[in-house]
Design a protein around this ligand. Structure first.
Ligand code: SAH
Length: 381
């Protein structure tokens, strides 16, 4: 899905997403698909000052610009030249939905016409971006809309960062005072990598994108405010742990034993709970960060008292926190939400078993905000 791009000089060899002709129209890659270093090199080859790279990226990442025209401190001739080779943002917003709780959901069309979803959750002063890392998902969790058609491809660094830009540029819950000239209106405070795809299956691109998210020249979000949610790939969890970053790790467990987990999360067949929990313990040792376990509660499947007791026993003695997520209905799937009684019983049983537990609040339910559902409703018409 990439080709070598040498748009302005013979020696630069930068991997970019597809730059092909669509009929007569040329599709340009996004400026954010080049790292700052590569953009500096590209500018130098064009005989331009490399420092313009930081200036232009700052306009997109910090100041909310969506066009080259807005970059008023960049010479016009350079702006025109760059615009011949790059789009300021390569993605388009194909659909935008807003719920009454100020949750926004964007269906984003990326460079090859594929669709990905991202969500902005606004709550108690927090602005949390929920972002995707892949088109589709290859993990095949039976209750999840994202993986119903498998995985198509990994998102590029620029495609992940553009989701943050798009979400950050959305309005806050209350009209804010006018920001200083050229500054973005609102900041993002948190990121959850819980959109479409398995983040650890696209770890290199995700990590580069999160560098931009945490950098003071990017979004300036603290690593401790960033949660990476994984189906549980032990080797990748250990790789992430070895980086020593302060990202928060959430592991999607969904069952207290291998037999049930493999039915709900087919990849468990290859990994097994023990390897996942050992890798999570390694993550805690290396980073000092407590791991969260996500448990989607599926009515009549994994929501009984015996499941809660078994889960408490499994996690006892580990530094663990459980996030219980009542299943969000997915059209066409035979699963159902747990009853209020079984939700209460499940969390109480965990607490009695000495486990710290929270139920995830439901946000943006009017707008198909659960994983993969908006894209599906559009693709299926
Ligand atoms: N692949 C990663 C991240 C994406 S999904 C992972 O498995 O963790 C983020 C979380 O949303 C996961 O815990 C996932 O199991 C959950 N999820 C997916 N579909 C859901 C649904 N229909 N209802 C409730 N939670 C869902």
């Amino acid at each position: 899905m990439t080709r070598d791009a040498r748009p302005c000089g013979p020696s630069l060899n930068v991997k970019l997403p597809i730059i092909e002709t669509a009929g007569e129209k040329r599709i340009l890659p996004g400026l954010l698909d080049l790292s700052e270093e590569n953009l500096r090199a590209w500018l130098a080859e064009c005989g331009e000052k490399p420092m313009r790279a930081g200036q232009m990226r700052h306009w997109l990442l910090a100041r909310g610009a969506a066009s080259f025209d807005e970059m008023t401190d960049v010479p016009k001739a350079l702006r025109l030249h760059v615009a011949e080779h790059f789009a300021p943002l390569a993605s388009k917003i194909a659909k935008h939905q807003v719920a009454s709780d100020h949750t926004h959901k964007l269906l984003v069309e990326i460079i090859d016409g594929k669709l990905v979803e991202c969500v902005l959750i606004q709550d108690e002063g927090r602005r949390t971006a929920c972002i995707s890392t892949q088109v589709g998902c290859g993990m095949g969790c039976v209750f999840c809309a994202s993986g119903l058609d498998g995985v198509d491809r990994n998102l590029t660094v620029g495609e992940i960062v553009e989701q943050l830009v798009r979400l950050r540029n959305l309005p806050g819950p209350t009209p804010s005072p006018r920001p200083p000239k050229g500054e973005a209106v609102e900041r993002l405070t948190h990121i959850v990598v819980m959109g479409m795809g398995e983040p650890l299956a696209n770890l290199a691109n995700l990590l580069d994108a999160l560098e931009v998210a945490t950098s003071k020249d990017g979004f300036g979000i603290g690593a401790r405010h960033i949660t990476i949610s994984t189906v549980g790939l032990p080797v990748k969890i250990r790789q992430l742990a070895d980086l020593g970053k302060q990202y928060h790790l959430a592991v999607s467990l969904h069952a207290p034993n291998d037999e049930l987990r493999t039915k709900i999360v087919p990849t468990n067949d290859k990994t097994g709970l023990k390897d996942i929990l050992d890798a999570a313990a390694y993550f805690f040792d290396k980073t000092g960060r407590q791991v969260t376990y996500e448990y989607v509660l599926l009515g009549g499947i994994n929501d009984e008292a015996r499941h809660a007791r078994e889960l408490a026993a499994l996690l006892k003695g580990r530094r663990a926190h459980v996030n219980v997520i009542p299943f969000n209905d997915v059209e066409g799937l035979p699963y159902r939400r747990p009853t209020i009684e079984s939700l209460r019983m499940f969390t109480n049983t965990l607490q009695t078993g000495g486990i710290s537990v929270k139920v995830r609040k439901r946000k943006g339910s009017q707008i198909d905000a659960a994983c993969g559902q908006l894209r599906r409703s559009v693709i299926q018409g």
